[in-house]
Write a protein that binds this ligand. Sequence first.
Ligand code: ADP
Ligand code: PAZ
Ligand code: K
Length: 258
Amino acid sequence: MLLAIDCGNTNTVFSIWDGDKFLCTLRTSTHHARTADAYFTWFSTLIKHYEIDHDISEVIISSTVPRVVWNLRVFADRFFNCRPLVVGKPECLLPIEARVDAGTIVGPDRLVNTAGAFDRHGGDLIVVDFGTATTFDVVAADGAYIGGVIAPGVNLSLEALHNAAAALPHVDIAKPSFVIGTNTVACIQSGVFWGYVGLVREICDRIKAERDRPMTIVATGGLAPLFQQSVDLFDSFEDDLTMHGLTVIHNHNKENAT
Ligand SMILES: Nc1ncnc2c1ncn2[C@@H]1O[C@H](COP(=O)(O)OP(=O)(O)O)[C@@H](O)[C@H]1O
Ligand SMILES: CC(C)(COP(=O)(O)O)[C@@H](O)C(=O)NCCC(=O)O
Ligand SMILES: [K+]
């Protein structure tokens, strides 16, 4: 079985793939100093709790935080006796190379989302991932990542307001009932929620105009459902897109192993 690990700047997600389906999805906060032993203590406790019968022999990692990779490598080696495949490293093959400016290191999460979305939908896609940052990945007709957009994440925007303005409280994102807020919390929620709706719509429209062709918009990431339920922005929402992309890249490497 395959253990797929997606480490974002906020959360790290582990999923076990039995070749047919994901047996479980476990989430912890991302912390660069967490040791291999700490990962295993957390992982084995939850596996036991959910009574998951697994036989992990392979590990694939995508990490937007370079510093965590070392401890995750030790975790794979010590507890599953395997050398993990790390997306973005030269030894990890991609179904198709990214076409970007020379020297650009594309976030591995974006390469993984590209592979996962192309496998499901074919080309000409915009993948919107609501993570710490909100990323837009543009996928060409042949499945290559050809660039995109990086915007501050929803929670990052809320945190920035709270941190920079003494009188503004910490606020959780929600769809406000009205655009015109009649209290501070409602004003902030309106600014960030509707501001974000506008941001996503404008960026997708401009990408489509620049590409001059119809494109399918696929959304993923923790906060995507909030927008999907409220406004018609995306053609589909796929919670497991990054995990699916990891299985696609893993398969591709097995099939092309020399
Ligand atoms: N279901 C949810 N409801 C509200 N906030 C969420 C939910 N899931 C994730 N978040 C928040 O959304 C942000 C992005 O989370 P995540 O997608 O895990 O980011 P990353 O992949 O960058 O680690 C974080 O601030 C996280 O706390
Ligand atoms: C843009 C990101 C910070 C998003 O990370 P996340 O929100 O998933 O933690 C990450 O993909 C990254 O570090 N990218 C490197 C630059 C690039 O993709 O062009
Ligand atoms: K992400």
